[in-house]
Design a protein around this ligand. Sequence first.
Ligand code: ZN
Length: 554
Amino acid sequence: MCKWGIRLLLISFVMLSLEAKKDVPKLTVIFVVDQLAYNTIQKLMPYLKNGINFLHKNGVNYTNAFFKHASTATGVGHVCISTGAQAREHGIVNNKWWEGDLTVHVEDDRTGNAKILKADGTGVWEDRIGKSAINIMVDGISDQLCMHSYHDLNFNVYSVSLKPRAAICTAGKLGKAIWFDRLKGGFTSSNAYFKELPEWIVGFNKDKNLFNLEKFKWDLRFKKDAKAYNFPNIDNYKYTRFGKSIIGQEFEIDKSSKSAYDLFLATPSADKLLTNLVIKTLEQNLNDSDNEKFVLWVCLSSLDKIGHSMGPDSLESIDMVYHIDKHIEEIINYIYTKVKSEDVLFALTADHGVEPIAEIVKDMGYYPATRLYSKELLEKFNKELSAKFNIENIIKKFKEPAFYLDNAKLNALDPKLKKEILDEIKQLLLNEKDVIARAWTFDELLNSTFPKNSLESFFKNQLYAGRSGDIFFQFRPYNYIVSYQTGTSHLSPYAYDRQVPLIIYQKGKFEKKIIHKNVSVLQFPVTLANILNVPRPSASTVGVLPGLLSKKID
Ligand SMILES: [Zn+2]
């Protein structure tokens, strides 16, 4: 190529890269609200007047956004949102699983390289299991943004949450994850993200008095008789963990208890604290340089914590959403004082939905709704297997949607006998025909071809050898097998668990549109990669979200 040709090529390359850089918003904020089902938004929208409403009214709103895995949980949901891949690729099949006798939580890191930092800045906790993204087997959008920070475009990526697994699953390996230490109090991180806890986090913990937190109280967002609370079953506490409302009561934090902060973390006070930390994170890390872009995940966890205990119909869960609405508004308002609105991209989504408490559904007249107890079922099955095959405790663990078997014992058996035992466990499950619709062994799921987007295919998407269990089952709608006798969960492949809000908003760019087409939440990080002009997460194969990115080239 001649000299002029090379010059022209270089000039056009620089122009293109300048153009791309100009298009990248200064600030991207992704709100992930743990357990915010799409149907909750539908139900409460008339009373949401603040941040959620602002995004809903102004943004591009996907009304049919789904996860495509069968048993929804925080870990798998957040990793899907950040990697654009299914659990069969990223390996996060649940919040915890068993590898032989070892219990592995999503965020566990036993290498010694990810020690948890003390929230007062005085070093690390030597005696606790570390926390990092080591178990996530693929990269996510946060990793891509950090990997592709060079020349004159640099991405700072943070994720803040009350839950470590939410922060870690979105920050990935290269972003910075910050979470609340539920055993010791205060916000913290690990050596996987920081050599030592930044001074501004230590200062925040001190300013907010988080080491001496003693009491907290839940105040309603609106007046008790407001129409915003006028829903069926709002004061039905019969099937909830506490058996009564916890609103208005003052609670003390008993720091000698292992679960000292658990109730606190399930209240709007904790959510408000996270809101303050979000503002502090921005204050400390957002700068004016055109070359510096900031991406912040805000993972709001309190709704999930209270939702499990009280169910989505309770006054507590509904009021929590109203508080979240307000907190998101506070964050947006703060941001708009610092960055011009055209230069901020917001997204709002959730990691999963929620199932109403089965007994409440049954009382409403939907009679098939049933709760089975995992412990009872496991004992009953083991007893029957022992009687038939003379083998003890072959089913070792249960974690929806699978039983974990004693593979050391099973693999020592004649293959024919092993198959008979597996078939028998399946049959025992199918005998619970009012609750269980289908059951499979690992190999059956792995080797079957199911219609695209069928419920069965969602189970297959969640298979990961060595982590996801041995015998899988599908509940019928509004049923579940759980370890607790009250409250609820989110364990099924049904719409109430898989459908979540998905909104993208940037003033002047992505706004005021409703898209009813079915989309996958996995498309979100791929779309974000396109907007921020970095490569998509490596294991994602889905396309970008419709209705956003096409534009005419002048
Ligand atoms: Zn949950």
